[in-house]
Design a protein around this ligand. Structure first.
Ligand code: ADP
Length: 212
């Protein structure tokens, strides 16, 4: 896993393919995947207090309050130790991003790269209604609310991570394998390989990568 970045955040609207691409990174490169949606649905299925509180927001298509999500994710992250991890669905607010960075030693993570998988709103709604996963939040009404939450609360993270030079945009509207390829290229570009040595005729520096 030489040159692998340790913590990758998947950002993007609902149904943009974050979970699918996170799973591909797990299979292809051995990343651990931490999906907030799955953690919350698991807590719900297990009947925990956190799960039932979170479930009320999820069913309305609203974001679960930061303090609930942060508590759940910090525990899960701690269990993963230092293993390279893809965060699917976290952070989703600027407050969550700050909590991730500011968490007490050993619980937080320095984010190395943020992949924004971009798809237009009408495609979001179309995909949510088509996939019929049996999730209680996959209806037209909640799809619209999830989009509203994305634009209002999650989109500010684009500027937040752009300012920190961590954001890489990927067009999520194409075939899954093309998206996967772009993500792999974006992650490689982010590892800052050593600069090319003069005169060896082998471009090993950042120049060989297409800027995004
Ligand atoms: P999608 O990306 O398709 O919306 P997820 O499984 O990631 O699906 O999320 C489902 C729901 O779980 C969200 O609509 C929200 O209610 C809740 N959720 C997931 N992650 C977070 C988070 N980081 N902060 C707040 N709520 C979250």
């Amino acid at each position: 896993m030489a040159g692998m970045v340790a913590t990758v955040v998947m950002l993007g609207p609902p149904a943009s393919g974050k979970g699918t691409q996170a799973a591909r990174l797990r299979e292809g490169s051995g990343y651990e995947v931490l999906s907030t949606g799955e953690v919350l649905r698991g807590a719900r299925a297990a009947g925990t207090e956190l799960g039932s509180r979170a479930g009320r927001y999820m069913d309305r298509g609203e974001l679960v309050p930061d303090e609930l999500v942060v508590a759940a994710i910090e525990d899960a992250l701690q269990g993963l130790g230092e293993r390279p991890t893809v965060l699917d669905g976290f952070p989703r607010t600027v407050a969550q991003a700050r909590a991730l960075g500011d968490a007490p030693a050993g619980r937080g993570r320095r984010v190395d790269a943020v992949i924004l998988i971009d798809i237009p709103d009408d495609e979001v709604v179309r995909r949510i209604l088509m996939r019929h996963q049996g999730r209680s939040d996959d209806t037209l009404e909640t799809a619209r609310e999830r989009l509203r939450a994305y634009h209002g609360q999650t989109e500010p993270l684009i500027a937040y991570y752009e300012e920190r030079a961590l954001l890489r945009r990927v067009d999520g509207g194409r075939a899954m394998t093309s998206v996967e390829h772009d993500i792999a290229a974006a992650l490689t570009a982010g590892t800052h390989p050593p600069p090319a040595r003069r005169g060896d005729g082998h471009p090993s520096g950042p120049d060989r990568y297409t800027p995004l």
